[in-house]
Ligand binder design. Structure first.
Ligand SMILES: NC(=O)C1=CN([C@@H]2O[C@H](COP(=O)(O)OP(=O)(O)OC[C@H]3O[C@@H](n4cnc5c(N)ncnc54)[C@H](O)[C@@H]3O)[C@@H](O)[C@H]2O)[C@@H](O)CC1
Ligand SMILES: Nc1ncnc2c1ncn2[C@@H]1O[C@H](COP(=O)(O)OP(=O)(O)O)[C@@H](O)[C@H]1O
Ligand SMILES: [K+]
Length: 490
């Protein structure tokens, strides 16, 4: 698990790592710059495009100068545009300035005609995480000019103008790609900033995850290695009971497809026995959609405790509060609640107290705002999610491009897999199926959440490679097995 540190912890991290590795701060900057340049060479190869690097006065600008030298050495035609002089720039900036090859074009901001950069590759090294106030003066002017001209825009570490842990105030660089060092900064993960960040790449500076653990932070970025570790292993003699018996409740009012997607996703995630309690008239369609599924009626309430996990809500519609209450009172193991089950809780706040601790709630932003009230922005929403998870001892999976799991101990884990092509009807139902399946297989709610969101996103990525924007939720669930193969889980 990769810790996400706040911007003001990074210089502490740098100092401590420099000491630990017995290297200079310039050498760390060189590593960071090389990590960027290697990514650039891999993604741009010998494109032959002109590269313009806009360098501010701090270490972000210092990275820019080092990157300009490195790309020039690889044969690119490179120019740098400077906003400061030697004397008012950071120490490592000065070092890298002195190392610039003679043949690199060097411009002072005041003399630079921004039309020259139009259509080229624009690298933004004005400010990194050291930004401490909104852009103004020549910096603001430069960003406004850069945002107007054409060409590919790449931000180093963070688009200039964005604070690392807060909502942007004023203007910021509009990047097509942001290449962030070591871990994604929190503000790169919120939907409010998508137009500034573009695609996100994280490059490694070789600082081990264990080293980041020395620093306080409640935020993490989920990595495949920790997902792998969290999986339960089954042995040769495992039987279907070991893989769990799960029940899905929902699929009423013309939305039986929703609960079928959940149930089929549970089968593909490895559940031993999958039962569905949906509207009576939909039995045939459930059996026709997957021969492995079993259907249930109201009488299942008498044996509800026989199940290892429940998934409630997809396509459920509003059911009588008493029935919902009875389910919560009779089943005391963690439950997965989605869609209409969340709407029931939003409408009947006394139901919060009945949720078994360790339950998993999976709202999208709309459902979350119904549960927690409107939020000013996503940072505000994340704070509310943390409070709800702590207060109710539940896992709150706030779905989106970087789905965030809030845990009862006040931590927040952001998912690193997924694609925009998962924004399609029913893909949340698939997630409900995966999470319920893992709970039923005996995973702790935490491991179920981490593995659940990661595999869901990975299956979506695999599906969308073939189907692109034609990806549908059924494609995602069919690729769950491949997501296991990709992680080497049997
Ligand atoms: N561990 C890492 O992640 C590493 C990060 N490095 C780079 O170092 C950067 C951070 O460098 P710095 O701390 O020097 O920060 P910046 O390069 O972001 O610049 C901060 C400087 O600009 C000034 N400033 C802040 N906001 C301003 C504004 N709105 N208008 C005018 N001046 C403003 C500050 O007073 C300070 O002097 C990172 O973003 C990254 O690019 C690497 O060089 C080394 C390793
Ligand atoms: N742009 C995106 N990038 C990555 N994942 C996405 C994106 N949009 C949606 N998803 C994922 O797809 C799922 C959508 O769930 P939800 O909104 O509940 O859909 P539905 O109710 O139609 O099933 C969530 O798991 C979410 O994380
Ligand atoms: K930048």
């Amino acid at each position: 698990m990769l810790k996400i540190l706040s911007g003001n912890k990074v210089s502490e991290l740098d100092q401590s790592f420099i000491k630990h590795e017995n290297i200079s701060s310039w050498q760390l900057m060189e590593r960071a710059s090389l990590a960027f340049s290697n990514w650039f060479m891999q993604s741009h190869g010998n494109s032959g495009d002109k590269v313009f690097v806009f360098c501010g006065p701090g270490n972000n600008g210092g990275d820019g100068l080092a990157i300009a030298r490195q790309l020039f050495d690889k044969g690119f035609s490179v120019s740098v545009v400077l906003f400061s002089s030697l004397s008012n720039s950071s120490k490592d900036w000065q070092e890298n300035f002195k190392m610039l090859p003679e043949d690199i074009g060097k411009f002072q901001f005041d003399d630079f005609d921004f039309q020259l950069a139009d259509g080229g590759i624009i690298i933004d090294a004005l400010f990194g995480i050291g930004i401490n106030r909104p852009l103004e003066g020549k910096f603001l002017k430069a960003i406004l000019s850069l945002n107007k001209i054409g060409g590919e825009k790449i931000a180093i570490d963070i688009p200039s103008g964005l604070p690392s842990d807060d909502l942007v105030e004023g203007e910021a660089f509009l990047a097509d790609v942001t290449v962030s060092f070591q871990f994604p900064k929190l503000s790169l993960l919120v939907p409010d900033h998508v137009k500034f960040v573009g695609d996100l790449e994280v490059v490694d500076l070789g600082i081990p995850s264990s080293f980041l653990e020395r620093f306080e932070s409640p935020y993490y970025f989920i990595q495949s290695a920790s997902v792998k570790q969290g999986h339960t292993k089954f042995h040769k003699f495992s039987h279907k009971g070991d893989f769990g018996r799960v029940l899905f409740i929902g699929g009423r009012k013309g939305k039986v497809g929703a609960i079928i997607l959940s149930a089929k996703a549970a089968l593909r995630t490895g559940s031993g026995l999958v039962h569905v309690w949906a509207e009576g008239s939909s039995e045939d369609v459930i059996h026709a959609s997957a021969l492995e599924l079993m259907t249930e009626g109201e009488e299942v309430m008498k044996r509800i405790d026989d199940f290892d996990a429940l998934g409630i809500g997809p396509g459920m519609g509003e059911i009588p509060e008493m029935v919902f209450e009875e389910i919560l009172r009779s089943f005391r193991k963690p439950i997965v609640l989605d869609a209409d089950a969340l709407n029931m809780i939003a409408r009947h706040s006394e139901l919060w107290d009945l949720l078994p601790s360790g339950s998993i709630l999976t709202p999208h932003v709309g459902e979350f705002d119904r549960l927690a009230g409107k939020s000013m922005d996503h940072f505000d929403r994340l704070k509310k999610a943390k409070t709800l998870a702590e207060k109710n001892k539940i896992y709150l999976v706030l779905k989106g491009a970087y789905t965030c799991i809030s845990t009862p101990d006040g931590k927040q884990y952001f998912n690193s897999t997924g694609t925009k092509h998962m924004a399609t009807a029913g893909s949340g139902d698939v997630l409900t199926g995966i999470l319920t399946s893992f709970l039923g297989q005996g995973y702790s709610p935490f491991n179920a959440c981490v593995a659940g969101v990661y595999h869901h996103g990975l299956a979506g990525e695999i599906a969308s490679k073939e189907k692109v924007r034609g990806t549908i939720a059924s494609d995602i669930l069919e690729k769950i097995p491949e997501s296991f193969l990709k992680l080497g889980i049997d």
